[in-house]
Design a protein around this ligand. Structure first.
Ligand SMILES: [Zn+2]
Length: 442
């Protein structure tokens, strides 16, 4: 017998809808969305070295577009700083004279390299930078030879007396702590990039700790605790000995972030985010003068198309000053491209995205439905003075709620519910640390 298919289908849909309205099982079901505001991905714009042109030419573009950013600054060269570059150790004249009879070896390499910039002559710091780079690549004999050459030239009087910092420190000239305080008050993140832009894989522990700890102390004193969260060890090193010290001093490093829930793709890698069983991917990209704008834009497109990717952009030079300097006109076009996708991506500082992910991963959430109310409590073991980025919650509510009120402590919001295939829900921001949240129909 041929059944009348259309009426049966119609009746089934009516039954399903009626049934669903009265026995909807997911009421109160709450999740913390992967990114703030339930967006598809995150983008952080970061600048290294505190180069004056970043503030002169790139920052005004970001201000116009209302884009946040993170500046990793070298603290020792800013006028008024308490902590400057110095060698922690015995008198350098003893190290210089010892080098005449004892060649550089595993026992004295770190000491000689730590002292290399502070021997009392100009131009010696480049030996320290180069030696650290080859040492980190495993070319120890080459690194020792560079130190032997430097100390021999010093003994021979080949250098002019004085002190000459890294080029990156000189590129900061013009910036003041007052400028940084003013920009920080506008919402920009300031973070440490050491005292002297030192090449840490070739420093001994006392000098590594000095560069990291005292740069943090300087930022704490000049800008406040909020800005002691993030840091970038210069030259993007991932050296495990250096990282071990740095993790103890800074909660978040851009160099490496070994979280069990995070896949990392560093700047040197040609990998794209691809697939992962981890919750998040941190994808660092640094445009050089040879990078086409279309490629830079494709990084943003990939982030929009996925749901787990945090694009961390690394910028150095601007308008002819600094490493791989990009023209501000290119940055203007690129930043506008990013801004135009803000409905899909969360644009936030490096520190804020890190805090959000950690809060989400570490928060325990409980949801309780009592007659006409839904109560939600959140708890996490994180330091509440640092981890205070609002979390976005998505809670399913009864379909007959026309509007929902959300009360958390003193804070009250009223929202219109949205719908997806699982039902009616609201998307709202809450503090990760304060009292319980009550949702009710109004
Ligand atoms: Zn740098």
């Amino acid at each position: 017998m041929q059944l009348p298919i259309k009426p049966i289908l119609f009746l089934s849909i009516i039954c399903l809808l009626t049934n669903w309205a009265y026995t909807q099982t997911n009421i109160g079901h709450t999740e913390i969305t992967k990114w703030q505001y339930g967006k598809n991905g995150a983008v952080s714009i970061t600048y290294d070295d505190g180069n004056i042109n970043q503030f002169k030419y790139a920052l005004p573009i970001m201000e116009r577009l209302k884009l946040p950013a993170t500046f990793f600054i070298i603290t020792g060269g800013i006028p008024g700083s308490t902590y400057h570059g110095k060698f922690i150790g015995r008198p350098v004249k003893d190290i210089i004279s010892e080098s005449a009879t004892i060649p550089t070896n595993a026992e004295n390499f770190f000491e000689r390299c730590s002292a290399a910039g502070y021997l009392g002559y100009k131009g010696t710091i480049t030996y320290h930078t180069k030696a650290a780079s080859v040492y980190d690549e495993g070319q120890t004999e080459h690194a020792y030879l560079l130190m032997d050459t430097l100390y021999k030239e010093v003994r021979n009087g080949d250098f002019k007396p004085g002190y000459q910092p890294c080029d990156e420190v000189l590129q900061e000239k013009g910036s003041t702590w007052e400028d940084f305080r003013r920009d920080a008050a506008k919402g920009y993140e300031f973070a440490s990039h050491s005292i002297t832009h030192a090449s840490m894989p070739a420093l001994d522990s006392a000098n590594i700790i000095y560069e990291l700890e005292k740069s943090k102390a300087e930022i704490l004193d000049k800008l406040g605790k909020k800005y002691t969260f993030s840091a970038e060890v210069p030259y993007g090193y991932e050296n495990s000995r250096v990282m071990k010290y740095a993790y103890k001093i800074y909660p978040a490093l851009r160099n490496r972030m070994p979280e069990p829930w995070l896949k990392e793709i560093d700047r040197a890698s040609t990998n794209t985010p691809g697939t992962t069983d981890k919750d998040y991917i941190q994808w660092q990209r640094g445009a050089t003068t040879k990078t086409p704008l279309s490629l830079m834009q494709s990084w943003v497109d990939t982030t929009v198309a996925k749901n787990n990717t945090w694009l961390v952009l690394v910028i150095h030079g601007v308008d002819g000053l600094g490493y791989e300097a990009l023209p501000h006109t290119l940055l203007d076009t690129y930043f506008t491209y990013i801004k135009n996708r803000e409905n899909k991506i969360w644009i936030a500082t490096f520190g804020d995205v890190t805090k959000y992910m950690r809060e989400r991963e570490d928060t325990k959430l409980q949801s309780n439905q009592q007659s006409s109310k839904i109560q939600i409590t959140l708890s996490n073991p994180l330091d509440k003075t640092m981890y205070n980025i609002p979390l976005t919650l998505k809670t399913y509510i009864p379909v007959n709620w026309k509007k929902a009120s959300i009360v958390q402590g003193e804070h009250k919001q009223v929202l219109t519910p949205l719908k997806d295939k699982k039902g009616s829900y609201i998307l709202y921001q809450v503090s990760p640390n304060s009292s319980a949240i009550t949702l009710a129909a109004i």
